[in-house]
Design a protein around this ligand. Sequence first.
Ligand SMILES: Cc1cc2nc3c(=O)[nH]c(=O)nc-3n(C[C@H](O)[C@H](O)[C@H](O)COP(=O)(O)OP(=O)(O)OC[C@H]3O[C@@H](n4cnc5c(N)ncnc54)[C@H](O)[C@@H]3O)c2cc1C
Length: 308
Amino acid sequence: MNPLRSLILAAAGNDAIRKLVATTPISRDVVRRFVAGETTAEAITVTRTLVDSGLTVTLDYLGEDTTDAELAEQTVQAYLKLLDRLHAENLAERAEVSVKLSAVGQLLDETLALNNASRICAAAEQAGTTVTLDMEDHTTTDSTLRILDELRRTWPWTGAVLQSYLHRTLDDCARLAGSGSRVRLCKGAYAEPEQVAFADKHEIDVGYVRCANALLAGDGYPMFATHDPRLVEILSERAKWHDRKPGSFEFQMLYGIRPDEQLRLAGEGHTVRVYVPYGEQWYGYLMRRLAERPANMAFFLRALASRS
Ligand SMILES: Cc1cc2nc3c(=O)[nH]c(=O)nc-3n(C[C@H](O)[C@H](O)[C@H](O)COP(=O)(O)OP(=O)(O)OC[C@H]3O[C@@H](n4cnc5c(N)ncnc54)[C@H](O)[C@@H]3O)c2cc1C
């Protein structure tokens, strides 16, 4: 992995840096570029704007690695409130939710995470929308896929996420490419050891295309999460090759990243879903976004230095 990226991801776990970032005024502007806001109301406002411009949305209530059952419960309550609002505002048809299992208790107890995720799925069903389980670092992959299998018994629309940087992912794609299966394919955002993941960008990209082929050849609903212009072009070609019409797969991008491209793809008739994070716990998410793009990080560090 790129040493700057490793350094930034390491900084994500450092308390002193966390305090500096959280209390520096410039941070707010950088945060706002990538995060909808801290409240449900702000998340709904951003969702409305995106939906009105022809996009669809998946909302993420920020938080992860919870080791406190009370905090896990607060996260569940935040999702229940959000789903209620999506329904009340007639947004549920075009906006779903993304859930990190580590935010609802996975690190404490897998059964607790399954029960909490089940409550969110039941509320999503009532609201008229769906849930996708985000994928976190490789130590959680097996547990997340076990919980996914359980949830799909009752809510077959529950979405999975697979990461092309992991060696195992082509096999997981083959297993999850069946009818009705919603699978988001991304490159992967965590610092992973070479025993389990490719470090080389080219290998990750080749892996992505192989996995995309497996998903497109299957009967499921692939969700291609990438901002990479080369991959978007290849995916559009491969989709035609597999006789996939727009609407039988979708593109996904993060809020604040390549917004013009999001609109261009939607204008071509593709379903484009924007991943919209919100909530007070934006720090880990922001650090992963900055680690992906050193140009953003340089800007951010200069701004921090000039204020300290
Ligand atoms: C909707 C969505 C959901 C995701 N969910 C997960 C998840 O559950 N688990 C997980 O591990 N990861 C997740 N990710 C993150 C993902 O794994 C990657 O870390 C992230 O998307 C960066 O990879 P990339 O494919 O966009 O391309 P990169 O390899 O980062 O970049 C390739 C090219 O894309 C373009 N590009 C990238 N970023 C920008 C930018 N900021 N501005 C302009 N151009 C840019 C540039 O041309 C760049 O050269 C998700 C990503 C998306 C979009």
